[in-house]
Design a protein. Structure first.
Length: 315
């Protein structure tokens, strides 16, 4: 029987194998597509953020050496700041050295710089210094438990807390310890304050100390001659023995000390060196000033005669 002719295969013939490509990845490996940076989605309608600009640094202040100033009324900057009640003369010198004082826009960081009040534009930390007005002189009977400073970083009470109603910038002349009470002068007159605290003027300060025990005459003579504190001998002092109260270990003696210099905790350190530590301490006089029955914690303004006597005591 004759065979039927075979029908051709309707399937598509197999594709011929591709020739290997020669790309940058080597033979036989397809070239890698460059990956696009990832797209970030933002809020519809929001503008594309631009990189922040760096803040421009403020222009440095001009600095200049202190020129000779022979104009009438010119005074040294530390004296001008002190007279204006900005700070004591010593603190004013520190402000100048730190470059915080300018005169007519120029930093003056040398202590010889001068300016004329009410003529030159003198500034401290960019705040203009007003010319000195009426000076204030205050006598305070300081109680115990107050720090003799304008501000205390530890948050303790300061003597400024006792001066209610005083608007002028006044500061203490000298210092009384936290546990010491008595006469304290505060003023805005920096020139007078510098003279009162300088040892060269030898302004007398009188203290009444209640010490433990009964010091011998030799111990009191040692106080009179001077005691070495911090490597320096204290100046000669006036010493007067008072009454002794009590018996045994608890008895105390009153000593009146007249000093003509002021060191930190000087009376307490002197008495401790002779073996009779201080129990209580009060300053009762400074130059011609006395408390005159002023109650503890109270203050009053000095009279014109008292201010004149203070000035005379520094000459």
């Amino acid at each position: 029987m004759p065979r039927r002719p075979t029908a051709p295969d309707s399937r598509r013939p197999a594709a011929a194998p591709r020739r290997p490509s020669r790309g940058p990845n080597g033979p036989g490996r397809p070239a890698a597509k460059a990956s696009a940076p990832p797209r970030t989605r933002g809020v519809r309608g929001a503008a594309t953020a631009r990189p922040a600009r760096a803040e421009e640094a403020p222009a440095p202040k001009k600095r200049a050496p202190a020129p000779p100033d022979d104009r009438p009324g010119a005074m040294r900057l530390q004296k001008l700041l002190s007279a204006a009640g900005i700070a004591s003369r010593r603190t004013a010198e520190a402000l100048i050295s730190e470059g915080r004082v300018t005169v007519n826009g120029v930093v003056m960081d040398t202590l010889g710089a001068k300016a004329v009040p009410e003529v030159d534009d003198v500034r401290v930390d960019d705040r203009r210094v007003k010319a000195a007005g009426r000076q204030r002189y205050i006598l305070l009977n300081k109680p115990r438990g107050y720090v003799t400073t304008r501000q205390d970083p530890e948050g303790r009470r300061t003597v400024m807390d006792l001066l209610g109603g005083v608007r002028e910038y006044v500061y203490p002349v000298g210092r009384l310890d936290y546990d010491t009470e008595g006469l304290l002068l505060l003023t805005s007159d920096g020139d007078l304050a510098a003279k009162l605290t300088h040892p060269r003027h030898e302004v007398a300060r009188v203290y009444e100390a209640i010490v433990m025990g009964d010091p011998s005459d030799d111990a009191l003579d040692e106080l009179r001659r001077g005691i070495f504190l911090d490597g320096r001998r204290t100046a000669e002092a006036g010493i007067t023995r008072g009454t002794t109260v009590g018996k045994g270990r608890d008895h105390t003696t009153k000593i009146v000390l007249t000093l003509r210099e002021g060191r930190n905790r000087q009376v307490r350190e002197m008495c401790a060196r002779i073996g009779h530590p201080v129990r209580t301490l009060q300053r009762v006089r400074m130059g011609p000033l006395s408390l005159r029955g002023l109650p503890t914690g109270h203050w009053r303004d000095l009279s014109a005669a008292e201010v004149a006597s203070l000035r005379a005591a520094t000459k």
